[in-house]
Design a protein around this ligand. Structure first.
Ligand code: BG6
Length: 491
């Protein structure tokens, strides 16, 4: 059976605003995440309230602790690491003519350390971190004025860090703008539903143009560059609730909310079904022929995406969304996490196949993970069985998809270390293989310790996924459930 390629990228993914802290250190300006007291779902505060607790302001202090944290990552055998660069560390208001050298130096040192430890950096240029000034002054990505400012920022990154890596992606979960417009597009929706859709599609278009121009520029600066787009795949991971034709077609319409982004940025043109959306919602978009030409010439090299769960749709139902994607009706065949996300490894195989058929591009799963409440036992161990099962089952599904013919080039778990939740700002919702002693109220020593899942992932990476073929999930979990004390690999 065809399995993980020899140069498969194994690693983890984080974002600056959920890990670094040091939110106003060394010249960094405020960004759109810095004004969200309870995560991005509840939206931004008008200004930073002096007495309120903003979890992202100190996060897990990765800013100061990255040398040790990266050593723990490399201890798992990572050969890749996805991180974001915080735009406002480099351009505090987004509008300076010269970059902030302290911010550049911080990332320079960190990337060098990563490379020394054997990890290829995979860089997200913008992960919910638009400088706040650009949201306030221009209304975020709804304005085309952000395009040259983003390009100036991207050029500085390519000039300085292009020598360290060829793997980049332009915007985190660009299609998340339908669910979390402030985070994904730095926009605040106003007025009628049609007006809001107009804002969403104008901002999306402006980001498409920024992406195309970034790809054009990267091809001149970075040899052998790989510039990806990054989408949340929950809308594509959609099942009709019944075989009723209305349910089936409406599911397709929800899937198209995601496909549109891949269609434009990978195929290079707006799909025909977009015309009907424009017509029925009376959209009036500023899209020029010159921009369409750029979009068609500079398509992305690979498709990166996040996958947490699947969604089930019935026609006419009201759909809600959050960071994990859309929420339809409960699928009776799937278990549900403590945060209501339905766990579906087979759905990942389904999504990879759909995307492979449609785009025929290399794919990278840059976020997949499970947020759970971890219990620390009296010896200080964390036997995180649920997370281990999720990891093994999803990677088995990836392996099946590879055998189906999908070109999967990497997998970076979200998040290899506990981080603050993007959606709700909680610490309690933990994703890591590495535990961080920090609680929702900000208390805790910030000490790091290794969960059982750390050792399972390490063994999977070491065997390049081969042990996934040899052992069932039950066997893998049983062997690593007590692995905290094990010096040698039990498999
Ligand atoms: C993705 C984001 O939407 O979901 C991450 O790219 C985020 O930044 C992840 O952390 C999980 O969501 P949450 O709300 O559980 O942190």
């Amino acid at each position: 059976m065809k399995t993980f390629r020899d140069d498969f990228l194994w690693g983890g993914a984080i974002a600056a605003n959920q890990t670094e802290g040091a939110w106003d250190t060394d010249g960094k300006g405020p960004n759109i995440a810095d004004v969200c007291e309870n995560g991005i779902i509840s939206g931004p505060d008008e200004t930073i309230k002096p007495t309120a607790y903003y979890p992202s302001h100190d996060a897990i202090d990765f800013y100061h602790r990255y040398p040790d944290d990266l050593k723990l990552m490399s201890g798992m055998g990572f050969n890749a690491f996805r991180l974001s660069i915080s735009w406002a560390r480099i351009f505090p208001t987004g509008e300076e003519l010269e970059p902030n050298e302290s911010g550049l130096k911080y990332y320079d040192d960190m990337l060098q350390q990563m490379i020394r430890l054997g990890m290829k950096p995979i860089i997200t240029i913008s992960h919910y971190e638009t400088p706040l000034n650009l949201a306030k002054k221009y209304g975020g990505w709804e304005s085309k004025q952000l395009i040259p400012l983003y390009l100036r920022y991207a050029k500085v990154l390519f000039d300085r860090f292009g020598k360290y890596t060829k793997y980049w992606m332009t915007f985190n979960e660009i299609n998340g703008i339908h669910l979390i417009p402030w985070a994904a597009g730095a926009i605040t929706l106003t007025g009628s539903e049609d007006h809001q859709l107009n804002q969403i599609y104008q901002a999306s278009h402006n980001m498409f143009v920024a992406t195309a121009k970034t790809i054009q520029m990267a091809r001149e600066i970075i040899p052998d560059e790989q510039i990806g787009i990054m989408l949340t795949m929950s809308n594509a991971a959609a099942y009709p609730a019944t075989p009723k034709p209305e349910d089936v077609f409406q599911t397709l319409e929800y899937q198209r909310r995601t496909f549109l982004y891949g269609d434009v940025e990978l195929r290079g043109h707006y799909p025909a079904y977009f015309n009907r959306i424009v017509e029925e919602h009376h959209l009036s978009l500023d899209i020029t022929d010159e921009e369409l030409d750029l979009i068609s010439r500079y398509t992305a090299d690979y498709l990166a995406f996040s996958y947490y769960r699947t969604t089930t749709f019935a026609s006419g139902m009201k759909i809600l969304g959050d960071t994990g994607g859309l929420t339809g009706i409960k699928n009776p065949y799937l278990p549900t996490s403590a945060w209501g996300w339905q766990i579906d490894p087979a759905g990942l195989r389904y999504v990879l196949n759909i995307l492979s058929d449609r785009y025929e591009k290399p794919m990278m799963i840059v976020e997949n993970g499970l947020g759970v409440i971890d219990e620390v036992d009296e010896d200080g161990h964390i036997h995180d069985e649920e997370r281990m099962r999720y990891l093994a089952d999803h990677l088995k599904a990836v392996q099946e998809a590879i055998a189906d013919g999908c070109d999967v080039i990497g997998y970076t778990w979200w998040a290899p270390i506990d981080v603050i939740s993007a959606g709700t700002g909680e610490m309690k919702k933990r994703y890591g293989f590495i535990y961080v002693d920090k609680q929702n109220d900000g208390s805790g020593s910030l000490n790091r310790s290794l969960k059982d899942s750390y050792f399972l992932y390490k063994s999977i990476i070491k065997s390049n996924g081969e042990n996934l073929l040899r052992y069932t999930t039950d066997e893998l979990v049983a062997k690593y459930l007590t692995a905290n004390d094990v010096e040698t690999d039990p498999l």
